[in-house]
Design a protein around this ligand. Structure first.
Ligand SMILES: C[S@@+](CC[C@H](N)C(=O)[O-])C[C@H]1O[C@@H](n2cnc3c(N)ncnc32)[C@H](O)[C@@H]1O
Ligand code: SF4
Length: 461
């Protein structure tokens, strides 16, 4: 098998077994994108209504909008279906109230509005939130702000609002253009509507990212390639291609035949296929899952959401100030009750210890496809990378997933197929155990759903 750079990746059964042993539990489908560790750390401590400790200087802002027009069976995000205008208006009032926590004039590095589906909000409501953000905070630097959207919800009113406030990028979920696949996963838009939305977004001058998923039930490589090529021809700037990830919230497991499950051999095959498809369409791989059109225009986008301090507002949103991560309450009802009464919406916190910061360093290098530079590590932590990670490093080297260039540790062509899993393999045992537990729960739920087809994704309250 050849990677897009012409490097050959030998995927014999023996090699696959070696890789499987080296990756160990990391192989079990990641619960959350590993490069965001420790934002998804398991060891949160209950700390209801604790106030976030401000840190001076600029920070990023994440806003969570949970509303969606349908419930995709693969989705594990905090989202709500079926709310009407009064609920949306109340939620938006809550967001605006919570935003008052930011000191007026705070420098804003990068805004990311995610969900759910932010454009499920009527344009005027989303506009009111954006208006408050840019009145209260002062954008600095050149980072591009993003709002997530879906094909059936994004309107011309939304686009005008984005232009007015300086939002430069949209990220639209499409997942597949194949009607059978869309039906199986319960998406309520067709391919025509998705392509029409792409055209409108590109014509509006915004940078456009589209999300696709591979490994969905009923999806073949030919279908994926045709989707990628069709989308590339519409002039979008990047495609984020996720392999299907499953956990206890993803109802899709009940529709999956054993041959749909992404074991190592199928995952490798898909990853190599996605890389080749992207390269053939003129896209370069930026992270394990993000492929950018090879143009200066597309290269303008830099994702800095994982770096520096960040305020997160809305249901379940996470903030990070200094060494502390704060997580808002997962229930919209409790979230609103708190912010409406002027109290902190935070429910849990996590303090980043030295070990967590070291893992974060690995995630911010190998996890995004960059080398680990030994001198940078030593300057950050005061001792050698090998003092902390010699065991996983040797294991990854034996499996030909990383190579040691002396001053730095790089991913090999095979390792580049698994940016995310190689990073996971460096995690401490307690986090691997947590991932393993999540995976086991998901699999048990999948089995019980398979024998009880009436069960659906539990609603979020
Ligand atoms: C919050 S949604 C984006 C916007 C919008 N809600 C939509 O779906 O059109 C973020 C993206 O996460 C991805 N995603 C959600 N659940 C996933 C899963 N179980 N495995 C892989 N990707 C998933 C989808 O590609 C989705 O577009
Ligand atoms: S994938 Fe997007 S539209 Fe589908 S349920 Fe999740 S957040 Fe909503």
């Amino acid at each position: 098998m050849q990677t897009p750079n012409g490097e050959s990746v030998k995927l014999t059964q023996a090699n696959l077994e070696r890789i499987a042993v080296a990756l160990g539990t990391a192989l079990h489908t990641p619960y959350a994108p590993p490069h965001v560790y420790p934002m998804s750390a398991p060891a949160f401590t209950s700390n209801p209504q604790i106030e976030r400790q401000r840190e001076p200087g600029p920070h990023g802002l994440y806003i969570h909008v949970p509303f969606c027009n349908y419930s995709c069976s693969f989705c594990f995000y905090a989202r709500r279906i079926g709310d009407g205008l009064p609920e949306m208006e109340r939620y938006v009032r809550g967001l605006r109230r919570e935003l008052e926590w930011a000191e007026p004039g705070t420098p804003l590095t990068q805004l990311y509005v995610g969900g759910g589906t932010p454009t499920a909000l009527p344009a005027e409501l989303l506009d009111a939130v954006l208006g408050d953000v840019f009145t209260r905070m002062k954008p600095e630097g050149k980072l591009i702000h993003t709002v997530e959207c879906s094909p059936e919800s994004v309107s011309d009113g939304h686009l005008k609002s984005f232009a007015r406030h300086g939002v430069g990028r949209v990220s639209m979920g499409i997942q597949s253009l194949n009607q059978e696949v869309l039906d199986i996963v319960n998406r309520d838009h067709g391919s025509g509507q998705a392509l029409e939305a792409c055209d409108r977004l590109v014509a509006s001058g915004l940078m456009v990212n589209v999300d696709l998923i591979y490994g969905l039930p009923g999806q073949s490589e030919a279908v994926f390639r045709s989707d990628f090529e069709t989308l590339a021809a519409r002039g979008i700037h990047s495609i984020t291609a996720y392999n299907l990830r499953i956990n206890e919230r993803t109802a899709v497991v009940q529709d999956m035949a054993p041959t749909d499950q992404l074991d190592l051999a199928r995952l490798v095959r898909w990853r190599a296929f996605v890389q080749q498809t992207a390269a053939a369409a003129g896209f370069v791989q930026k992270t394990w899952h993000r492929f950018e059109r090879n143009t200066p225009e597309a290269a303008r986008y830099e994702d800095k959401t994982g770096a520096g301090n960040q305020l997160g507002i809305g249901q379940s949103a996470r903030s990070r100030f200094g060494s502390t991560i704060y997580c808002n309450h997962a229930s919209v009802a409790v979230y609103l009750e708190r912010v409406e009464n002027g109290r902190s919406a935070v429910e849990e916190t996590f303090h980043l210890g030295e070990e967590d910061r070291r893992i974060r360093f690995v995630g911010h290098s190998l996890g995004v496809g960059k080398p680990i530079v030994r001198e940078a590590y030593r300057q950050t932590f005061g001792h050698a990378f090998d003092d902390d990670f010699s065991e996983p490093l040797e294991r990854m080297k034996r499996a030909d997933l990383v190579e040691d260039a002396g001053d730095a540790v790089h991913l090999t062509p095979t390792g580049r197929l698994f940016y995310d899993l190689v990073t996971l393999a460096f995690y401490p045992q307690r986090i691997k155990d947590w991932l393993e537990e999540r995976h086991a729960i998901a699999m048990r739920k999948g089995q019980s759903r398979a024998t009880n087809p009436g069960t659906v994704v539990p609603g979020l309250s």
